[in-house]
Design a protein around this ligand. Structure first.
Ligand SMILES: [Zn+2]
Length: 473
């Protein structure tokens, strides 16, 4: 890294000695920062001096100069102070929304991290059309599993419907030649008999199966501090809902181990609901749920048993099973990561409705490791609508992406009249480290505030406790 310049060293000395008047020093600081090359680092002493004396300097500066110096020397706070002031009652309604970031500390790969693994497994099947697909995607640098699964899904859907296939062809390949002159290209060479329906079916089916297989790698994952702290919080606060887009069983396991009951709201609406249980709403399904496409039977398997069998290697993960009721094919109920979500699974309607109600009823929404991606417009929309309707609803966003909160503030501000941006609170830290402190502080426990102030100034790295594993095989 480049060293600091002589100019900066002299400036720091002059600032420290304070022999010159503040007006002169303030001007000198402004002029130095404006001319400083981008690759010259700023000494921490300069930041320190500014933090102690900005009030004095401000008097001698235009607001433009003040803003500029602030932008150079003051790093945005990682955690909004307001977060530590929240105190909730035991009947405050709180909804959590967990995304991939909440499961990452348990060693679960993000969706796009699965693509390489998927190709590895595809190659082992030894089919020419699959091999061709793998090399074509690699050649074209297609590395988004969502795009891949979406294209396979759409093609499969269109290959069953010749009108749809020719319309798609028309839309995609219509080529304008000039004013008023349109030509269908390459219409002369395209015929519906060119569609290799059986291969499309095979590829779609295989990708789905492979995706189910990849989900099985999530079975042995253990819950982390995020899941554990939410369970601890739920044992003290009565009205908690947990909404997650993750398939893994970490939240389920943490809840069971914490001696609490949960209710998934999946399947039959007429089912008896347990009123005292925590709502655990798995928007995209779960590794221990299965669904028969023929008779629409839904099954939920014992997650802890499944994990035990998987670890002992006594029973393999049922990527495809036989439905006990109709002998049809039964597959894991997992909404694949498509670029836009189709509601393919009727048992999930109840889950989605319940999530919407939980979000709308909540006084606090705690968002953990959830990226608000384009593919999840449903959740983003209901959150935006809910924030618009309930002016007192607040949102705490725990995520390492430093831009996320600002993006959300801008987005809500554009949609909601007189939106108070302070309703979205930022916790830009690893959720595993910070969520437990935030939740403790919300219920008035722990030493969160003090701890926070010391980490802001000193940045000490907390010692990681080694995770204890129950299995020693
Ligand atoms: Zn069936």
């Amino acid at each position: 890294m480049k060293e600091i310049s002589a100019r900066q060293r002299i400036l720091i000395l002059e600032l420290l000695e304070e022999e010159y008047p503040s007006r002169y020093l303030a001007e000198k600081l402004y002029s130095f920062l404006r001319r400083k090359p981008n690759d010259e680092p700023i000494d921490s002493k300069l930041v320190e001096i500014w933090n102690h004396r900005f009030r004095r300097f401000r008097r001698y500066m235009s607001s433009e100069a003040y803003k500029f110096i602030k932008s150079q020397l003051v790093r945005p706070k990682k955690i909004d102070d307001e977060v530590w002031k929240i105190r909730i009652k035991n009947n405050t309604r709180v909804a959590f929304l967990l995304g991939a970031g909440a499961s990452a500390p348990s060693g679960i790969p993000t969706v796009n991290g699965l693509l390489e693994e998927l190709w590895e497994r595809a190659k082992k099947i030894g089919r020419k059309d699959l091999d061709e697909l793998v090399s074509w995607c690699k050649e074209k640098s297609i590395n988004n599993i969502e795009d891949l699964l979406t294209a396979a899904y759409l093609s499969d859907f269109a290959s069953d419907n010749t009108d749809l296939a020719s319309l798609l062809h028309y839309f995609l390949f219509r080529k304008r030649r000039g004013e008023g002159e349109e030509e269908l290209y390459p219409s002369s060479r395209f015929s519906l008999s060119d569609i290799d329906t059986s291969s499309i079916k095979f590829i779609q089916d295989t990708l789905q199966t492979l995706f189910g297989l990849l989900a099985s790698t999530m079975i042995p994952a253990d819950p982390n501090k995020v899941h554990e702290s939410i369970v601890e919080f739920s044992s003290k606060v009565k009205d908690v809902s947990i909404i997650t887009t993750n398939y893994d069983g970490c939240m389920d396991e943490a809840t069971l181990k914490g001696g609490m009951q949960f209710e998934c709201m999946v399947g039959d609406e007429r089912q008896k609901r347990n009123s005292g249980a925590v709502k655990l709403l798995k928007m995209h399904g779960s590794i221990n749920w299965s669904y028969c496409n023929s008779c629409q039977d839904f099954q939920e398997f014992d997650l802890l048993k499944m994990k035990k069998f998987y670890e002992e290697d006594t029973i393999s993960y049922p990527v495809v099973g036989i439905c006990k009721k109709c002998q049809g094919l039964r597959r894991p109920l997992l909404v694949p990561p498509l670029s836009f979500k189709f509601l393919q699974f009727p048992p999930l309607v109840q889950v989605w409705n319940s999530a919407r109600r939980s979000i709308e009823d909540a006084e606090y929404l705690v968002i953990v490791g959830y990226s608000f991606s384009e593919a999840d417009t449903y959740l983003t929309k209901i959150i935006s609508r809910s924030m618009g309707r309930s002016p007192n609803q607040k949102m705490i966003v725990v995520d390492t992406n430093p831009k996320l909160v600002n993006t959300l503030r801008e987005r809500f501000d554009a949609h909601i009249e007189n939106f108070d941006k302070k309703r979205i609170l930022k916790v830009c830290e690893s959720c595993e480290n910070m969520l437990p402190k935030v939740l403790n502080s919300m219920i008035g426990e722990g030493d969160a505030e003090k701890e926070e102030t010391s980490t802001q100034s000193k940045k000490t790295s907390p010692k990681k406790k080694s995770r204890t594993k129950s299995n020693k095989s």
